[in-house]
Write a protein of this length. Structure first.
Lengths: 131, 322
C-alpha cells in the first residue's frame, strides 16, 4: 500500500513543486493551502504522513498540529519552517511532531523522513492491533 | 512571592530552600555532637592520667557510651533527612502527574459532555413522542431520526476513547533505526541560525563511523533540542557550542552537548534534573526542560550526566543503548 501524504502550505508554488516531485515518484499526494482546509480534509480522509509549514495565515502549523494529534494521534506530522525558531521547534516536538525541518529541504531527505515517519505509524498500528 | 525571589537568585539557590520539616520545628542543636562530646572525651583522657584505674575505666565507659549515643543520633538524623528529600522528590513528581491528569481529564470531560448533552436531548424528545396515543408516520420518522442521532453521538464518544487509548500507547517509545548524527543535525540546524545572530557558533564533532542506532527518534530529538536550548541560554555574549557523537563502551553510544557558558555552581549540580528547578527569572523557564530530558532518556534506556565548571561552561552527556 502506498503512503497517503498530505501537504499543507500557504505557498502555492511550494505545493505545486512538491506535488510534482511526489507524483514523479509515483506517490500520490493531497494538498491543502491552510490549516483549516487540512483539518476539513482529515474529517473525511485519513492520512499517514502530513508535511506542514509552521507559518501560515489563519490557523498556524502548531495549532493545526495540536488538532491533528487530537483527532488522529497516529498520523505522523513533519513540520517545515522557513525561519528557525527554537521555541516553536520545542513546542512542535513536544506536541508530537515527528520532525522539525528547516526550509529549504532537500527532497531526497524529505522523502526519507516521510518513509521513516510512515514506518513509525505502522509500528504504532502494529502495537495497536497486537492487543 | 517568597518562592519567586528565591528562584531569581541563581547563586544562593540552596540558601532559602528550607525543608518543610525544618519549618515546622526548630532543628535540634548540633553543638553537643561537635563540641560537648569531644570535649568530654578529651577531659576523660586527661582525668585518666590522674585518677585511679577503676575510676578511669568507669569514666572511659561513660564517655564511650556518650560517643556511641552521639553517633546513633547523627545517623538517624541523616537518615531522616534523606527520607524527607526522597519523599519531597516523589511529591513533586506526583504533583506534576496530577497536573497533567487534571488537564487531561478536564479535556476528556469537555469532549464527552457535548455528545452526552445531545443524547439526553434526543432521548427526552423520543420519550415525548412515544407518550402520544397514536403513532403517526411523521412521529415514527422523527423517532428514527432521533435514534440515528444517538447512534452518531455514541460513535463520536467511541472515537474519543479510541484516540485516548492511542495517546497512551504513544507514550511508549517506538524504536526505529536511524543514524545518530542525522537525528542531531536537524535540531542543530534549527538552533544554529538563532545562535548565529547572538554570536554563538556551533561546532560539530560527529563520529560518522557509528552504525545506526535503534531508538525513539522524535523523543530523542526533543532531548537534543532541549539540551541545545539550555546550552544556548547558558552563554552570555559570544561563545561556542560543541555537539558530538561517539561510542561509549560496548553496545552504547553517547551524545555530548557542551557550551562555553556560565556553568553551574556545584551546589546546584545535584538539583538540575529536578522538576521545577530553575535559575531563570519567573516566567522565563518552567524548570521542566531538563527533568523532561531525564524522563525521556530514562525511558529510552539511557542515562544523562552533566559536568560543569562555573565560568567555563557545562557539558551534558547522554548515553544510549546502540
Amino acid at each position: 500500500m502506498s503512503i497517503r501524504i498530505l501537504i499543507v502550505d500557504d505557498e502555492p508554488d511550494f505545493i505545486e513543486t512538491m506535488v510534482k516531485r511526489f507524483t514523479f515518484r509515483k506517490m500520490p499526494v493531497t494538498a491543502a493551502t491552510s490549516g483549516i482546509e487540512a483539518l476539513t480534509l482529515l474529517e473525511t480522509e485519513s492520512f499517514d504522513v502530513v508535511i506542514m509549514d509552521v507559518r501560515m495565515p489563519g490557523k498556524d502549523g502548531i495549532e493545526t498540529l495540536k488538532e491533528i494529534k487530537k483527532r488522529a494521534p497516529l498520523t505522523e506530522v513533519i513540520m517545515l519552517t522557513g525561519h528557525a525558531s527554537v521555541e516553536s521547534g520545542m513546542r512542535g516536538m513536544s506536541l508530537g511532531a515527528y520532525d522539525y525541518v528547516l526550509k529549504p529541504v532537500d527532497f531526497e531527505e524529505l522523502l526519507d523522513k516521510v518513509r521513516k515517519a510512515y514506518e513509525r505509524k505502522q509500528l504504532n498500528e502494529g502495537r495497536h492491533s497486537a492487543d | 512571592m517568597k518562592d519567586d525571589t528565591a528562584r531569581t537568585d541563581p547563586g544562593t539557590g540552596a540558601g532559602p530552600a528550607v525543608s518543610p520539616a525544618a519549618r515546622r520545628e526548630r532543628p535540634r542543636p548540633l553543638w553537643p555532637h561537635t563540641v560537648a562530646f569531644p570535649g568530654l572525651a578529651a577531659l576523660a583522657v586527661l582525668a585518666a592520667v590522674f585518677l585511679p584505674a577503676p575510676l578511669a575505666v568507669i569514666l572511659a565507659f561513660f564517655t564511650g557510651s556518650l560517643c556511641v549515643w552521639s553517633a546513633v543520633d547523627m545517623a538517624s538524623r541523616v537518615r531522616a533527612s534523606e527520607r524527607e528529600r526522597s519523599s519531597l522528590d516523589a511529591q513533586l513528581i506526583q504533583s506534576q502527574k496530577l497536573a497533567a491528569i487534571g488537564e487531561l481529564s478536564s479535556g476528556i470531560a469537555h469532549e464527552i459532555n457535548n455528545p452526552l448533552a445531545v443524547m439526553a436531548q434526543e432521548a427526552e424528545w423520543m420519550t415525548h413522542l412515544m407518550g402520544r396515543p397514536d403513532p403517526t408516520p411523521e412521529n415514527l420518522a422523527e423517532l428514527r431520526d432521533s435514534l440515528s442521532e444517538i447512534v452518531r453521538q455514541v460513535d463520536r464518544c467511541k472515537t474519543i476513547t479510541h484516540n485516548l487509548l492511542n495517546f497512551s500507547r504513544k507514550m511508549e517509545p517506538v524504536p526505529q533505526e536511524e543514524r545518530l548524527e542525522r537525528i542531531m543535525e536537524d535540531m542543530v540546524l534549527l538552533v544554529e541560525k538563532e545562535a548565529g545572530h547572538k554570536g554563538v557558533t556551533i561546532a560539530r564533532d560527529y563520529d560518522t563511523a557509528l552504525p545506526p542506532i535503534r531508538t525513539d527518534v522524535p523523543l530523542l530529538r526533543q532531548v537534543i533540542l532541549n539540551l541545545l536550548l539550555n546550552a544556548f541560554q547558558a552563554i552570555e555574549g559570544r561563545g561556542a557550542i560543541t555537539v558530538s557523537t561517539r561510542k561509549a563502551g560496548e553496545g552504547r553510544v553517547a551524545i555530548v552537548v557542551a557550551d562555553t557558558g556560565v556553568g553551574i555552581p556545584p551546589e546546584n549540580l545535584p538539583k538540575i534534573f529536578n522538576p521545577f528547578f530553575t535559575t531563570k527569572p519567573p516566567g522565563q523557564g518552567t524548570g521542566l526542560g531538563l527533568s523532561l530530558c531525564h524522563g525521556i532518556v530514562d525511558r529510552l534506556g539511557g542515562a544523562i550526566t552533566v559536568e560543569s565548571e562555573p565560568g567555563k561552561g557545562s557539558a551534558f552527556t547522554v548515553t544510549l543503548p546502540a
